[in-house]
Write a protein that binds this ligand. Structure first.
Ligand code: FAD
Length: 407
């Protein structure tokens, strides 16, 4: 039986826009297209797994931050926070649209060496200029606000609680998908397995589905997450997107902290945050971090015992007595070239659009990127945020646009 809202085959032989992948980015692109006054075309979303069980969107930690090294990423997050806060109003209210809550626990990056402390200070100056509320705290200032940390090795911290914290990312995506469907976007349960190019190779004329159908398209949007590289290859395009495994853990503490725990990025790379009353969420990955098969969901249980728990207990002694209640593996759709998303049309195959490669911050940037794709399709230009730094052309030219604040 098909999940609600999905059809088993496209109802038309041709669509103005075919979106490959129907999770956060595919649904954001679809919804913003329906919202744009300059677009009235037909949209098909092709989703290979309507349960979304393995999609990063369903396995995410659902946090949002302003603390980036690139100003454009700060602006994307500002729009993301605004969109989450006003979700019901933006989608027109009604029984089917949930209220989304942004739990502003903040992020705290801890620096244990001068080079990272200097990087945090430079980032803070840029973020403040962009209107973010980031401040640099000395160890004494951190201890005054959060007395539970061990800070002997820490030189400074970078903290912001405004528009930083966690929200229900699945509700964000599912609300956009439901709304897009109600406005006429068709979601089909199938898989794009190939593309037919025009004779000179500059246009995708049709996508081929696993069911055997060929669907003609005006534009294709690659919103296929970790499979973004494979989808690009169908159009003869190279894209450096890899699946990188990220492990998440939920635990309770015998003695819970007396105040909310910010999303704390330990110098080891392990991060931990409040996850509701008395519950905490930690995450990280082993030092060896190869590209993996997008279907590889084996869990490395030793990582918790050998790295995560000892690191947490070392930084927050109250976490010596904790009980692991849940853990899962997921994949970042990692852009190995420069850790930034890829957005917009390819230079040569001009109706092939990217909206993928967000390297661990794609949930919070879903609204900004979906809006950007819709603007480009409807008008040929960015009307709100200029997202041109994310274009694939930088990869073709070998000119990385590096985001350094990757968690
Ligand atoms: C553990 C973890 C923690 C994270 N934490 C955060 C966080 O705190 N904040 C944040 O902003 N981001 C976070 N992220 C990243 C965020 O979850 C992703 O960037 C975002 O969900 C990506 O959405 P997507 O739609 O691009 O990809 P996905 O959610 O992976 O969806 C891609 C979809 O495309 C479909 N698909 C693929 N190929 C095809 C095909 N050929 N035909 C049809 N369908 C296809 C797939 O089935 C899938 O449903 C985290 C990710 C992980 C794994």
């Amino acid at each position: 039986m098909l999940p609600t809202g999905f059809t088993d085959r496209p109802s038309r032989p041709s669509y103005d826009v075919v979106i490959v992948g129907g999770a956060m980015h595919g649904s954001a692109a679809a919804w913003f297209l329906t919202e744009h006054p300059g677009f009235s075309g037909s949209v098909l979303v092709v989703e290979r797994d309507p349960s979304y069980a393995k999609a990063a969107t369903a396995l995410s930690n659902s946090c949002i931050r302003q603390q980036y090294s690139d100003a454009i990423n700060v602006r994307c997050s500002q729009f993301g926070a605004e969109f989450v806060r006003n979700f019901r109003a933006r989608l027109g209210g009604g029984d089917e649209v949930p209220e989304l809550r942004l739990d502003e626990i903040g992020y705290l990056y801890l620096a244990d060496n001068p080079a990272f402390a200097a990087a945090l200070q430079a980032n803070q100056a840029m973020q403040a200029a962009e209107g973010a509320g980031t401040t640099i705290l000395t160890p004494d200032e951190i201890a005054a606000r959060f007395p539970f940390y061990v800070l002997d090795d820490i030189l400074c911290g970078s903290f912001n609680a405004r528009d930083e914290g966690y929200f229900d990312g699945y509700d964000l995506f599912a609300g956009l998908a439901r709304s897009a469907r109600s406005r006429g976007v068709q979601y089909v349960a199938d898989m794009v397995v190939g593309m037919r190019l025009s004779p000179e190779g500059r246009r995708v004329e049709a996508v081929r589905l696993a069911s055997g159908e060929e669907i003609a398209c005006g534009i294709v949007v690659n919103a296929s997450g970790t499979r973004g590289g494979a989808t690009a290859a169908m159009a003869g395009i190279a894209a450096p997107i890899e699946a990188r495994k990220r492990l998440s853990y939920i635990f309770t503490a015998e003695r819970p902290l007396d105040r909310p725990l910010p999303l704390t990025i330990d110098p080891s790379g392990i991060h931990v945050r409040q996850n509701g009353p008395g519950s905490y969420l930690a995450g990280g990955h082993p030092a060896e971090d190869p590209a993996v098969d997008p279907d590889d969901f084996t869990m490395d249980h030793d990582f918790w015992e050998e790295s995560v728990w000892p690191t947490l207990a070392g930084r927050i002694p109250q976490f010596e007595a904790i009980k692991l209640t849940h853990s899962w593996p997921g994949h970042y759709e990692y852009n190995a070239f420069d850790h930034n998303g890829i957005l917009g049309p390819h230079d040569e195959v001009t109706n092939f659009f990217f909206q993928c490669g967000f390297s661990g911050h794609g949930l919070q940037h879903g609204p900004a990127m979906g809006r950007g794709t819709a603007e480009l399709i409807a008008t040929g230009r960015f009307e709100t945020l200029d997202l041109s730094p994310f274009s694939h052309a930088r990869i073709a030219k070998g000119e990385p646009f590096v985001e350094r604040a990757i968690i």
